[in-house]
Design a protein around this ligand. Structure first.
Ligand SMILES: CC(=O)N[C@H](C=O)[C@@H](O)[C@H](O)[C@H](O)COP(=O)(O)O
Length: 234
């Protein structure tokens, strides 16, 4: 797939951790199908089983990733070449990888990690998941095809000093705006965009795409947000 073929607009992240009630590849595949029916430009899926389940049902592009924790390391989104290869072999057009400055189990800097992935998998579109503008610029120079704000607010150096848990903080819209002005590759706004209002703001800020995950595919969180909003009436 060529980068120009990715339609602008919404990408739906269909992910659930082992503790979540929607966990199950069949369910994730169905979320992906619902996203396609609703008109999403692409989906973002974690793990080979979920990717394959989606692949059977949809023909829009799949951004694959594998979340894996290596002891002693923080990066966990497709952190080594082994996970990139698995995503590639599962048939994804695109792969999302950690491109932050935190020490990685790959043993490589973000720059050499991206260069190595592009060398080994030249036809895989590479989405660099970053947390700062500088990381985005380095990722572009190294050859990333798209830059996503996925990890803004999640790295040690971007965590906000707030009593709110990070998932409930506002999205990093300013970062998206600055990044879109600084890099020439498409920017994806991702992380804490809950609805169409925030998604539209991301597009106005210059994003090519906006990813919504929890706001569509984590019903227990959607429920809790609404329950909390109604608390004063109950
Ligand atoms: C930080 C991290 O691990 N983000 C993950 C990246 O793949 C997913 O858990 C998020 O759901 C995704 O980025 C979409 O974000 P949100 O669910 O906030 O719309």
């Amino acid at each position: 797939m060529r980068r120009e073929e990715l339609k602008k607009g919404l990408i739906v992240s269909c992910q659930a951790t082992a503790e979540e009630p929607m966990r199950g590849s069949e369910t994730m595949g169905r979320f992906a199908l619902a996203a396609q029916i609703g008109g999403a430009a692409a989906v973002r899926m974690n793990g080979v089983a979920d990717i394959l389940a989606a692949r059977q049902l949809i023909d829009i592009p799949v951004i694959g990733l594998i979340k894996r924790h290596y002891a002693g390391y923080w990066p966990y989104i497709t952190p080594t070449l082994r996970e990139v290869e698995a995503v590639y072999l599962a048939g994804c057009e695109m792969a999302a990888v950690d491109a932050t400055n935190q020490e990685s189990p790959s043993g490589m800097s973000p720059e050499s990690y991206i260069r190595e992935i592009k060398k080994r998998f030249p036809d895989l579109l590479l989405v660099a998941d970053i947390s700062t503008i500088e990381e985005g610029e380095v990722a572009e120079q190294a050859g990333a095809d798209l830059i996503s704000s996925t990890l803004a607010g999640y790295t040690e150096y971007t965590r906000q000093d707030s009593s709110l848990i990070v998932e409930l903080q506002p999205p990093a819209l300013e970062l998206v705006q600055k990044l879109a002005a600084r890099v020439s590759v498409p920017v994806i706004a991702e992380g804490r965009y809950w609805n169409e209002v925030l998604a539209a703001k991301a597009m106005e800020a210059g994003a090519h795409n906006v990813v919504i995950g929890a706001g569509i595919t984590r019903p227990q969180i959607i429920t809790k947000k609404i329950v909390d909003a109604l608390e004063k009436y109950c």
